[in-house]
Design a protein around this ligand. Structure first.
Ligand code: HEC
Length: 141
């Protein structure tokens, strides 16, 4: 009896996952409830966009998003990605953030990863991607 009860609880919790995207349950698209609160001006601009992105993403060709300073990045990420109907960043929603899909070489519903992974040299290490993840997951401020 006890075994039966335990297996029902297991089944129930497995079925209770929210199904917001086809990939619900995939840790790649799941915000860590303990995500560190990070902001563009506080750290993300200097630690990530300045170092890894702004050599290409700047005013000389702003069509892919100008990420050259915190204020410009904040504006650029609210735009819809040129690849899809998704915004570059949808605050608190990794699966709907074209930038997150592209940085993880994942194709989204509208082909958001067209053009390949960002940065072009290959996926950034885990800790750099975690910074972006925490930023998106804590409101992308
Ligand atoms: C060596 C130059 C270069 C670097 C460095 C680079 N990008 Fe890009 N990026 C491009 C080019 C060129 C495109 C347009 C082609 C494409 O979409 O793949 C692009 C496109 C993008 C797009 C899609 C554009 C859109 O409208 O949504 C995103 C998002 C993006 N980059 C994010 C980043 C991020 C984040 C970084 C830093 C981690 C980065 N890129 C670093 C050259 C670069």
């Amino acid at each position: 009896m006890r075994t039966l009860f335990a297996s029902c609880v297991l089944v129930l919790s497995a079925c209770g996952q929210p199904m917001t995207t086809p990939d619900a349950g995939n840790p790649l698209f799941t915000c860590d409830p303990m995500a560190a609160s990070v902001t563009l001006a506080g750290s993300v601009q200097a630690q990530l966009f300045d170092k890894q992105c702004k050599s290409c993403h700047n005013a000389f060709d702003a069509s892919n998003g100008d990420f050259s300073e915190a204020g410009k990045t904040a504006t650029a990420v609210t735009a819809v990605s040129k690849h899809a109907s998704l915004k570059r960043v949808e605050p608190n929603n990794l699966g709907k953030s074209a930038m997150w899909l592209k940085m993880n070489a994942v194709a989204g519903p509208g082909g958001e990863n067209a053009g390949g992974v960002m940065p072009p040299g290959g996926m950034l290490p885990e800790d750099s991607r975690k910074l972006i993840k925490d930023w998106i997951c804590t409101g992308a401020k």
